[in-house]
Design a protein around this ligand. Structure first.
Ligand SMILES: *[C@@H]1O[C@H](CO)[C@@H](O)[C@H](O)[C@H]1NC(C)=O
Ligand SMILES: *[C@@H]1O[C@H](CO)[C@@H](O)[C@H](O)[C@H]1NC(C)=O
Ligand SMILES: *[C@@H]1O[C@H](CO)[C@@H](O)[C@H](O)[C@H]1NC(C)=O
Length: 355
């Protein structure tokens, strides 16, 4: 829509030149257009105001949310650096200026005690773990210009968003999603999370053959595979097994581990902003990291509801209809935050079709 307005502006200049040459008055045309864009600007401003000033609703009315989003789609989106920087300042405290988003040999040297995020447990870094860690932050090239964070919501099906997603400079994905829907979800992947539960369900925790797993990871090319290895006790062995499998087979993908101190502080930060859940979803962890690592962030595939913008049924994921484990995440409250951040110019939230 921003382009629509811009090109309309260009058209006005062109028309005005033409009309001037022809000695015809174009004044009324310009006035009508100015009045229209003035009205649109006011309406969009009011809508954004409505969406950001609201208290977080207890019960989400999906129909109303959908109406607001449809209206919002006719409004241009502009980044607001001042507000974005306020978010970044708070996020920077959790990540120590991104130096401890993930465990590295710098922030977890031999002898360092890793304190788990959730479990009341510590582990000392010894040689074998140390060797698995990257020498330094794998995000040395940040900030990336334009990032896409891709959730796995069913709303992505038939969205046609694949090309837009692949045009981003850095693409984040959640939980090893299938990529054979590239028209809708794209295929570029720079970082993908892997929950321990999917490694258990699909690959028996890598206790048996690891070849299938390694083969399947090839679709992610040279992506980083990010795991919360030191959040809960059971996750550590599985995450290390993933790292060893990739290493042993000479895979192009590398496993990295969230720094548990980052996740702990990030959890408190979002709790202070009203996200009350046992844990943040991996989607929100990635969105938070992207806000620090990228100049601009666009979200696709975030829509935790079973009806779409026009009331049509949508699947839980673009690739299946398995609902998330109830009571762990606060997906709808996370979504309302994304919508508010969109309205404030912090990130761009795409829901529905990409044109
Ligand atoms: C903003 O909210 C008010 C009160 O709910 C409503 O009357 C108005 O139509 C809303 N504005 C827009 C642009 O949606
Ligand atoms: C933050 O990172 C710097 C190095 O970049 C390090 O010297 C400092 O100790 C870190 N602070 C914390 C609280 O980890
Ligand atoms: C993607 O692969 C899955 C599993 O192999 C299959 O069921 C599905 O139909 C495929 N989807 C598309 C759009 O190719």
């Amino acid at each position: 829509m921003a382009f629509g307005v811009l090109s309309l502006g260009g058209l006005t200049v062109l028309l005005s030149l033409l009309l001037q040459y022809k000695n015809v008055s174009y004044k009324s045309f310009r006035e009508t257009e100015t009045k229209m864009s003035e009205e649109n600007r006011k309406r969009c401003g009011e809508l954004r105001e409505n969406l950001t000033s609201q208290e977080l609703p207890k019960e989400i009315d999906v129909g109303r949310l959908a109406e607001d989003i449809k209206k919002l789609r006719t409004c241009p989106w502009e980044q607001d650096f001042a507000v974005l920087n306020r978010y970044r300042t708070d996020l920077n405290k959790c990540s120590n200026l991104t130096q401890r988003l993930v465990l590295t040999r710098e922030n977890a040297p031999i002898g360092h005690e890793i304190e788990y995020e959730v479990a009341e447990q510590r582990v000392r870094v010894e040689e074998p773990l140390f060797k698995l860690l990257p020498r330094e932050s794998p995000f040395k090239k940040a900030p990336y210009k334009r990032c896409a964070v891709v959730g796995n919501a069913g709303i992505l099906l038939n969205s046609g968003c694949g090309r837009r997603i692949d045009q981003a400079d850095f693409v984040f994905r959640c939980n090893l999603p299938p990529l054979n829907y590239s028209k809708d979800v794209g295929s570029k992947t720079d970082l993908v999370t892997a929950n321990p539960s999917i490694i258990i369900q699909k690959y028996h925790g890598l206790k048996e053959s690891r070849r299938l797993f390694v083969e399947r990871m090839k679709v992610y090319k040279d992506a980083l595979i990010l795991m919360a290895a030191f959040s809960q006790s059971f996750a550590t062995e599985i995450s290390l097994a993933v790292a060893y499998a990739l290493e042993d087979f000479g895979s192009k993908q590398k496993a990295i581990f969230f720094h548990p101190a980052y996740l702990r502080q990030l959890g408190s930060l979002w709790r202070s902003w009203g996200v009350r859940a046992r844990r943040l979803s991996s989607g929100l962890m990635l969105v938070s990291a992207a806000l620090e690592l990228c100049d601009s962030v666009a979200l696709y595939g975030f829509w935790p509801f079973s009806t779409g913008l026009d009331g049509e049924a949508v699947l839980h994921h673009y690739y299946d209809n398995v609902p998330p484990e109830p009571g762990v995440h606060a997906m709808s409250s996370e979504f309302v935050h994304y919508l508010q951040m969109h309205s404030k110019g912090v990130l761009q939230l795409h829901v529905g079709k990409c044109l």
